[in-house]
Write a protein that binds this ligand. Structure first.
Ligand SMILES: C[S@@+](CC[C@H](N)C(=O)[O-])C[C@H]1O[C@@H](n2cnc3c(N)ncnc32)[C@H](O)[C@@H]1O
Length: 278
């Protein structure tokens, strides 16, 4: 049966309603993926017929989405800050929440030339976006996953001021940085939300019984990789700000400050190392 763009969008909305909070948007994005058209064009051409081959391809994408596969994996990219980032099943999908770290960094650091390390860089969302925003900065992105780093390298394109290194947190990292930034795994192993994230790599999400294993390791080892007076900026779960602040204070960091996201949730903390070596 011949189907129109609008008809397929309605079908998708109905089919995806139980899996997605945005079933109509998802439908348009998936239809757009097959027809290579933006959403605005699809809406304006709702009465246009879709050939049977494309109908089958669209319905196959609806079926993938229906079993929970995120739209970003189906399309192969996700927008973050000012760019589209290539994503694969090896990488976490960059979240809008993490743009809070971009906002804090760009607002606080206006020096022409600083050294930054992004620990657990994933697609390179933070490292690449900072490198593009601040051409004078030297950025290092690290990750434990080499396949993730291959995607980050691809996302960096021709940017000359960002490099990548494989290793667990500070292992393999030499030298000191003006800023350590990280959106590390911080979900408790028993968190029921993990089920909804089953398509994403567990190693990018899980962080022990209290969700703080990675944050603890980063904080406890940051001193020897910060210049005197250098900063550490971390994303964390909405209910983790108090324990993260406590970890920073216990590790001897100063000027600790928490930040909330646009929904008013506490989601990031910045702190500073002592001006003088301890
Ligand atoms: C929550 S994801 C964040 C990815 C990216 N920074 C972002 O914001 O989209 C955490 C990342 O930390 C990496 N990771 C997990 N354990 C690690 C470790 N021990 N050392 C370095 N990176 C690690 C994961 O592979 C993953 O890419």
């Amino acid at each position: 049966m011949t189907e129109t763009i609008g008809g397929l969008a309605s079908q998708g909305k109905e089919q995806l309603g139980d899996i997605s909070d945005t079933p109509l948007l998802d439908s348009y994005l998936l239809i757009g993926e097959v027809l290579a058209r933006p959403r605005e064009w699809l809406i304006a051409h709702a009465e246009e017929a879709v050939c049977s081959v494309d109908q089958i391809r669209i319905q196959a994408l609806f079926a993938r989405r229906h079993i929970g596969e995120p739209v970003a994996y189906i399309r192969g990219f996700q927008s973050f800050w000012q760019r589209d980032f290539c994503v694969t099943r090896d990488t976490l999908i960059p979240r809008p929440d993490t743009e809070l770290l971009m906002e804090i960094t760009l607002a606080r650091f206006d020096q022409q030339s600083i050294k930054v390390v992004d620990l657990g860089t994933g697609t390179g969302a933070l490292a690449v976006s900072l490198a593009a925003e601040r051409p004078g900065w030297q950025i290092l992105g690290t990750d434990i996953s080499k396949s993730t780093l291959a995607i980050a390298q691809k996302n960096a394109g021709t940017l000359a001021n960002v490099n990548f290194l494989a290793g667990s947190w500070f292992t393999n990292i030499e030298g000191r940085f003006d800023l350590i930034i990280s959106n590390p795994p911080y979900i408790r192993n028993t968190d029921p939300h993990l089920q909804a994230l089953k398509f994403e790599p567990a190693g990018a999400l899980n962080a022990g019984d209290d969700g703080l294993d990675c944050i603890r390791q980063i904080i406890n080892n940051c001193h020897e990789h910060l210049v005197p007076g250098g900063h550490i900026l971390l994303e964390h779960g909405y209910d983790q700000q108090e324990p993260v602040i406590q970890l920073l204070v216990n590790a001897g960091l100063t000027e600790v400050q928490g930040f909330r996201d646009l929904q008013g949730q506490p989601r990031a903390v910045i702190a500073r190392s002592h001006d003088l070596e301890r």
